[in-house]
Design a protein around this ligand. Structure first.
Ligand code: ASP
Ligand code: MG
Length: 426
């Protein structure tokens, strides 16, 4: 007998048919003799609809406490309906809010962090032979106020619950068959990745692959929780995410590890270039701090000694496009104090990232990547690397093609196109 945590995203519980399908899967798992704790997201686009309602009654920044009260209702609906659907199959099921499931968080509404997870009632429910269902993405603060963990936070609930219950696996059910070598909507030849290390998954998620809530992966690394990302539409094996690269009974290990695990991309970035900075200590700090002070987090930074203006340097950095104007204004406000010449802003920037543990030991990857882009006539605007990743910034309108040619260049193309069940992968 194993203890499984099964998390179902919004697209997997979008309507009655979907909830019925999930109920059947949970019941089958339970009847096979396993203990099952389930984590659910809100049905379909419920969270977005609730956000729209809030904006309609209060167009200003809405009161954060009430926003969390509102958004947590979405998960309460799906957890109760799923419990009823399971009971209909003759298996006992009890649903729990985040608070009832012992998810204690800090007070930061809308982006709360888990402080302590004590799922005693969940444990007791499992001991009684019933299925426990927990509302995703929510908890309760020290002030006993309801909090949410941030968009997509149900993944984190699931991993945290799995860690606290010492579950054998945390299964993340979604509308695609696992994690792919690239986004199948851009690369039809993308193939399912059989397994990833937690480090590779963190890089992929951080570089824009919409696979899992980043914090869920961090949590899994810290508490050593094996994750299995798989489709709620089929019984096919998905992608295993494992800490380190242990050999477990679920995995055949007959292949040498591939050099590259996958390609992540981000379509909507902005790029700011600050031109003619005095080439003295402190100017980079001043520019980057100005941006940080308005709450914008920047991604890639490149600084070059200017070839045209002696004694000056240029600094370029990328950021989420929705923060672009705010960041430009913050930098421009410092022009006199810092003494740079000009700023340029582009809102049409994309990023491609190659990720793979095999990168560590292979010096030829960068050359192969740049050659593939050159052959397709894609200009590289910036480059950055980590131990297991190489990222390049390109113009947005060339990014999709760039991802495709690089996918081919690293022999990641599958023979048959990936199956996407019309969803969002969430
Ligand atoms: N329902 C929440 C959202 O849409 C949480 C989640 O789905 O994980 O962001
Ligand atoms: Mg959702």
């Amino acid at each position: 007998m194993s203890l499984l945590v099964q998390k179902f995203g919004g697209s997997s519980v979008a309507d009655v048919a979907a909830i019925t399908r999930v109920a059947r899967r949970v019941v089958d798992t339970h009847r096979a003799g396993h203990e099952v704790a389930v984590v659910v997201s809100a049905m379909g686009d419920t969270t977005d609809e609730l956000l729209d309602l809030a904006a309609a009654v209060n167009p200003g920044p809405p009161p954060e406490r009430e926003m969390d009260m509102l958004l947590t209702a979405g998960e309460r609906i799906s957890m109760a309906l799923l419990a009823m659907a399971i009971e209909h199959h003759g298996v006992r099921a009890r649903s729990f809010t985040g608070e009832q499931a012992g998810m204690r968080t800090d007070r930061s509404h809308g982006r709360a962090r888990l402080l302590d997870v004590t799922p005693d009632r969940v444990r007791r429910t499992l001991d009684e032979g019933a299925v426990a269902i927990v509302a995703g993405f929510q908890g309760v603060s020290e002030d006993e106020d309801v909090t949410t963990l941030g968009r997509g936070g149900s993944d984190t609930t699931a991993v945290a619950l799995a860690a606290a219950l010492h579950a054998d696996v945390c299964e993340i059910y979604t509308d695609v068959d696992g994690i792919f070598t690239a986004d199948p909507r851009i690369v039809p030849a993308a193939s399912r990745i059989t397994r990833l290390t937690v480090e590779e998954t963190l890089e992929m998620a951080a570089q824009g692959a919409k696979i899992l809530h980043l914090r869920a992966v961090e949590y899994a690394r810290r508490y050593d929780v094996p994750i299995h990302v798989r489709s709620s539409f089929s019984d096919a094996e998905g992608t295993w995410i494992l800490v380190g690269r242990p050999l477990t009974s679920h995995l055949e290990d007959d292949m040498e590890d591939p050099l590259i695990s996958g390609i992540a991309h981000e379509m909507s970035l902005g790029k700011i270039t600050v031109v003619g900075l005095p080439d003295i200590p402190g100017t980079a700090a001043a520019v980057i701090s100005a941006v940080g002070a308005v709450g914008v987090s920047i991604d890639m930074i490149v600084q070059n000694v200017s070839t045209s203006r002696e004694g000056t340097s240029d600094i370029s950095f990328t950021l989420p496009v929705e923060d672009g104007q705010r960041a430009v204004a913050a930098v421009q406000a410092m022009q006199h104090q810092i003494g740079f010449v000009d700023t340029h802003y582009s809102s049409q920037i994309g990023k491609l990232s190659l990720v793979g543990a095999g990168l560590r030991s292979n010096p030829t990857v960068a050359g192969r990547l740049f050659a593939a882009l050159a052959e397709a006539g894609v200009n590289i605007l910036m480059i950055s690397t980590s131990e297991i990743r190489i990222s390049v910034i390109t113009d947005q309108d060339r990014l999709a093609e760039a991802v495709r040619v690089v996918h081919t260049a690293f022999h990641l193309d599958a023979e048959t196109p990936a199956v996407v069940h019309g969803g969002t992968g969430r």
